[in-house]
Design a protein around this ligand. Structure first.
Ligand SMILES: [Zn+2]
Length: 120
């Protein structure tokens, strides 16, 4: 099975749990995490849902997400441009781009490992 080159780390929030629903990033970076160029995209809420909402449970919506493209050494952050954005959200996504996964999670480490195995 082919693994898509882009891996999304979503910050999924419900309307009622704005900050608490967005888990805290680990202080430690994923070992061997590459330096990625961070590109931030202020887009419509609709586009955020389209790009980031795949992991959202019913009733939840994504406020932002970070997409890793290891091949291009690039990390795209997508966030909704309408309404005030909690600065915590952007800082959180930037943390993902720098290699910080959510506390207790290893999705980013697994994504990097899968990429390295694919590219030899
Ligand atoms: Zn996150």
């Amino acid at each position: 099975m082919a693994i898509p080159p882009r891996v999304v780390a979503s910050c999924i929030l419900s309307a009622s749990v704005i900050v608490a629903g967005c888990t805290v990033n680990s202080a430690a970076r994923v070992a061997g995490w590459p330096e990625l160029q961070v590109v931030e995209h202020k887009v419509s809420d609709q586009e955020v849902q389209a790009r980031c909402g795949s992991a959202a449970a019913p009733g939840m919506r994504a406020l932002a997400c970070a997409q890793f493209n290891f091949r291009e050494s690039r990390c795209d952050i997508w966030y909704a441009g309408r309404g005030p954005l909690n600065p915590f959200v952007l800082a959180h996504e930037r943390g993902h781009c720098e290699g910080h996964d959510h506390v207790g999670q290893s999705a980013m480490e697994r994504a990097l490992k899968a990429y390295r195995e694919r590219s030899g």
